[in-house]
Design a protein around this ligand. Structure first.
Ligand SMILES: Nc1nc2c(ncn2[C@@H]2O[C@H](COP(=O)(O)OP(=O)(O)OP(=O)(O)O)[C@@H](O)[C@H]2O)c(=O)[nH]1
Ligand SMILES: [Mg+2]
Length: 213
């Protein structure tokens, strides 16, 4: 038989075997999922992203000046001297099929004009709450309710100090029953991971509901 110059027309060698299916799956890049970490001023959003990110997180911290005294009210227990002025960015691989890209919002309300751009394409959000300043997170809760984006309320415990229990926080925020309200510690990777997995669950639930309709 004449030599066929086109390799795709040549017969496969007799010992040819297709690579095992799961090897091929493993070589596919993980599906990117965008998650927002939002909440009021100084509640621990940057800390949350930094605790879990597998790359050095991209941060946009700027020194707080005297101008913000009396305007921004951080938790008294922190020694906070900087604030996020644009966004935080980090990522974490959940497994070979899924990678989370985390975007932290700025906390000061004067930067709220950036939220629409930051949130575009996101599948879910973690709203971080400091129970000593619960009302600071109302704008974030309102925003995600209006946007119809699945979200989870994560109460950052600030050294185990928590002014209210989770039922009281749920009542104060008046979130729907299907919105999880959980406790986590923004400083610890495992704790942040567990909170983000609940956000993922919520996003998946919504995707499945939309498929059925
Ligand atoms: N003790 C304690 N400190 C925390 C905890 N979470 C955050 N902090 C501290 O609280 C301060 C504020 O945390 P950030 O992560 O900067 O808060 P943020 O929400 O990103 O703040 P903005 O971007 O300015 O709105 C930092 O000094 C953190 O080290 C916590 O769980 N316990
Ligand atoms: Mg921040």
């Amino acid at each position: 038989m004449a030599f066929d110059p086109f390799p795709e027309n040549r017969a496969a060698p007799s010992d040819y075997r297709a690579a095992p299916t799961d090897d091929r799956v493993k070589t596919k890049p993980p599906v990117p999922v965008k998650i927002i970490v939002a909440g009021g001023f100084g509640v621990g959003k940057t800390t949350t992203v930094g605790a879990i990110s597998e790359i050095s997180p991209l941060t946009t911290e700027a020194e707080m000046t005297m101008e913000s005294v009396g305007v921004d009210h951080p938790n008294r227990a922190t020694t906070k001297t900087t604030t996020t002025i644009a966004m935080d960015f980090g990522c974490v691989t959940i497994d070979h099929t899924l990678k989370l890209y985390l975007f932290g919002t700025p906390g000061q309300s004067r930067f709220s004009f950036m939220w629409d751009d930051l949130v575009r394409g996101a599948l879910g959000a973690l709203v971080v709450v400091d129970t000593s300043r619960i009302d600071d997170c109302y704008p974030a809760v309102d925003y995600f309710e209006r946007a119809g984006l699945p979200f989870v309320v994560g109460v950052n415990t600030f050294n185990g100090q928590q002014g209210y229990n989770l039922d009281e926080v749920r009542w104060a925020l008046a979130v729907r029953d299907d919105v999880p309200v959980l406790q986590f510690d923004a400083r610890f990777r495992g704790s942040v991971r567990d909170a983000l997995l609940v956000v993922l669950d919520q996003a998946l639930d919504k995707a499945l509901r939309m498929r059925q309709t």
